[in-house]
Design a protein around this ligand. Sequence first.
Ligand code: ZN
Length: 214
Amino acid sequence: MKPLLKLALKRTTLFKWRLFHVSRRFGAIRKDADMKGVNLNRILKTYQDSPLFDEAYREVFFEKRDIQMTSKVIQKIKDKEIEIVTTDRFSPLAEPILDEISHFGDLITPSMPEKEILKLVKNRLLKKKMTLFCFTCKDYFGNFIVENIIEQPICPKCKSKYLTIFSKYDEDSHKILKKYAKSQKLSRDEKRELQKLQSVADLILEHGKKAIIF
Ligand SMILES: [Zn+2]
């Protein structure tokens, strides 16, 4: 599996970023080089087959990837021990993250973004405007920017920690929760969406703000 990975890796943005960081660390690229204006393909071409290239490979392989575990998981998928379930939509938690990651090109394919990219994604998520809804008193308690939300958010009215969160601009969730609060009948799709919002609340109850960010 490794040679295949190595070949595929070269083409990923993930690897190119790693090469950029390695080059910067080794002084081949200015330390203050701005990540925004970087031509990753040019870096790749310039340092092809150089020790920097090998170092970037080494880091991605041995530090960032658990190849053994990946092979095991692939084997288990082949043996049908792990089932792959396809759904028509991403979960409410995955959606904003995938949305952010997709701006970074093919990073969506390796599915395990690098630390640096995660940090960028996280910073962008932190600026998102979200609405909090309390499932205990069935009421909204406002819009927040993620970074201003406290570690374990609590409903100001009933002190419950059973809260869900969704994008301020997610009109569907607003509509469904309004209907739910008024005990109006929900369609099958709406019920499914409500369940997702409840799973988000379960996660927040258990993990607090961490569940919102990751
Ligand atoms: Zn409440």
